[in-house]
Design a binder for this molecule. Structure first.
Ligand code: PLP
Length: 396
């Protein structure tokens, strides 16, 4: 099928919820993609922080293929070795409690919200509230948009679930003041990705931790985008001054297949019990096999160290570009604020023409989420292509 035919079908039959760039990638390997016309690209987006292990990593491909040919799933009503191993691996690498497996980041948010509300009801709170930060993104389900201030549109999707209390993302006192006797949780995306890469200040995280400790509320971190090695440690919270009670993960967790997780410390591992929650596909042997392989690749100390070093190299290179006013983020989760008058969408289109895939989370912001398996030469190539893209007209 030609790209024009694909586009026509998509425009006719798919709900028009995405602005699609008219390129179809048909093959990937490591940090490289090829489109339907054979053109090669350097991928600094990784399917929105999904392919952290690189496209078609051989260990992940093999794990999926072997398990797919053996047994894909039998429901959560039966035991599955892969699901049990995956829960163990996620728990032991993070909060040491229990894990609910699911299929996406939004579902992981739902689980965390249900858990926090149920725990609050157990403490005698009839109308539990969840404090959320402006700029955060927690997914697209109805509760997840209620928890995402920018998307909480009652006029479009209301009535939304009540009880979400937004506060400014950079004000420790606002967080402290918002936490009270009805607070079930404070939910934080430690590095806000969709907002254009905004790390939450240590003071805000510490204020949230202290306020939760004083009030009995849970501190929930959404590591759907910033987890899985992206910041140079398997989980972003490992580098932060405050640890959460509950954490969500997804995206790169599944190594390209849909896997999410909500994980707790030991204290909150049995808040959700029999019948409280479920999901048909969650923890299926084939997706769990992919996740185990993805975790295996992304937990390697040498890889994690290289994320920090490559992130520093890229960040230094970005800072040196005249058009870049500010570089934000950690490891290989970086955003660049562009100087006034520069249209980020035009720059990304220019970069794409030059064979570099980057993302535009805002009118004057570029976002970089490359696979973590890149090397120095890839960073340098991305900087060269970006400089050229910032410099002028699209090549013909
Ligand atoms: N949380 C964060 C921080 C995200 O970045 C996203 C997706 O971009 C989600 C939750 C929702 O994940 P999903 O699209 O898998 O539902």
């Amino acid at each position: 099928m030609s790209i024009e035919e694909t586009r026509a079908l998509d425009e006719r039959y798919a709900m028009p919820t995405y602005p699609r760039t008219p390129v179809e990638f048909v093959r990937g390997e490591g940090a490289r993609l090829w489109d339907s016309e054979g053109k090669e690209y350097l991928d600094f987006f990784a399917g929105l922080s999904v392919h952290n292990a690189g496209h078609c990593h051989p260990r992940i491909v093999e794990a999926i293929a072997d398990q797919a040919a053996t047994l894909m799933g039998t429901s959560n009503l039966y035991l599955s070795e892969n699901a049990a191993l995956l829960a163990e691996r996620i728990a032991n690498s993070s909060l040491l409690g229990r894990v609910f497996l699911c299929n996406s980041g939004a579902e992981a948010s739902e689980c965390a919200i249900k858990l926090a509300r149920k725990y609050a009801h157990g403490r005698g709170i009839d109308s539990p509230e969840i404090v959320v930060l402006d700029g955060a993104f927690h997914g697209r389900t109805i509760a997840a948009i209620a928890a995402t201030p920018k998307l909480a549109r009652d006029d479009l999707f209301g009535p939304l679930p009540a009880g979400f209390v937004p506060v400014p993302r950079d004000d420790p006192d606002a967080v402290r003041d918002a936490v009270g006797k009805n607070t079930a949780a404070v939910m934080i995306e430690p590095i806000q990705g969709e907002a254009g890469i905004h790390p939450i200040a240590d003071e805000v995280l510490v204020a949230a931790r202290e306020a939760c400790d004083e009030s009995g509320a849970l501190l929930v971190y959404d590591e759907v985008q910033c987890g899985m090695g992206r910041t140079g440690t398997l989980w972003a919270f490992e580098q932060l001054p405050a640890r959460p009670d509950v954490m969500t993960a997804a995206k790169a967790l599944g190594g390209g297949l849909p896997v999410g997780a909500c994980v707790t410390t030991p204290e909150y591992g049995e808040v959700l019990t029999l019948g409280d929650h479920g999901s048909t596909f969650a923890g299926a042997p084939v997706t769990a096999a992919a996740a185990l392989a993805s975790l295996g690749v992304l937990s390697e100390p040498a890889l994690l160290e290289s994320v920090t070093a490559l992130g520093n190299r890229f960040s230094t290179g970005l800072t040196a570009l005249d058009a870049v006013e500010e570089v934000r983020g950690r490891g290989l989760m970086l955003g660049a604020g562009l100087a006034d008058g520069i249209d980020a969408a035009a720059v990304a289109a220019n970069a794409l023409d030059r064979g570099l895939v980057i993302n535009v989370p805002g009118p004057s912001t570029l976002r970089f989420l490359p696979p973590l398996v890149i090397g120095e030469a890839d960073v340098d190539e991305a900087l060269e292509k970006l400089e050229a893209a910032l410099g002028g007209d699209a090549p013909s």
